[in-house]
Ligand binder design. Sequence first.
Ligand code: GAR
Length: 208
Amino acid sequence: MDSATLRIGVLGSGSGSNMQSVLDAVLAGTLDAKICVVLSDVADAKILDRARDHGIPAQWLDCAPYKTKLDGEAERACVRVLNSHGVDTVVLAGFMRIVKPGLLAAFPNRVLNIHPALLPAFPGIAAWKQALDYGAKAAGCTVHFVDEGTDTGPIIIQKAVPVLEGDTPETLHARIQVQEHLAYPEALRLLSEGRLRVDGRRVIIAGC
Ligand code: GAR
């Protein structure tokens, strides 16, 4: 794959700090990308405000009647909006729904997710709390391509942090988020430089 300016569409449900880290890298000139549109399944999510503050088109995506997945008409609407903005790369940034094959087929090998754990440990919800409850001594984050499973796609980058005595879910999540904000721009930079190749389960990083 050749290097190219990524045309990113972001899907998120929450505060949007990961979207912000990607945007900051774009604005700093360290990531060759443009965030074309931000979509959220939560009408008043802070991620939408953050995008609008930077003049990025941002809109609520009505995902009814589903509670935990992006499917049916909502999925079709999502693909339509992403296509209408010329998106070629979909960045899931705290998007708390399962994406289904329709979105993946529209953007083959171009849907990425960040997960707050060292996969395959602790997939699913509140992974940092799962790690703490389990008694893990290390936690971290994973950026991966999305496949049809939940948090199962080929891994691009992982970053580890220690779990410290006295950690609460909040302190551990905050430590993981510092690494998330480095990992997502780094993974997208590799993608924009054409250095990622998916070979089965493995992501081969050219030049590493
Ligand atoms: C992040 O920690 C992200 O890894 C997590 O939600 C948080 C969103 O924060 N995502 C998941 O748990 C997805 N399974 P943000 O809205 O500030 O980027």
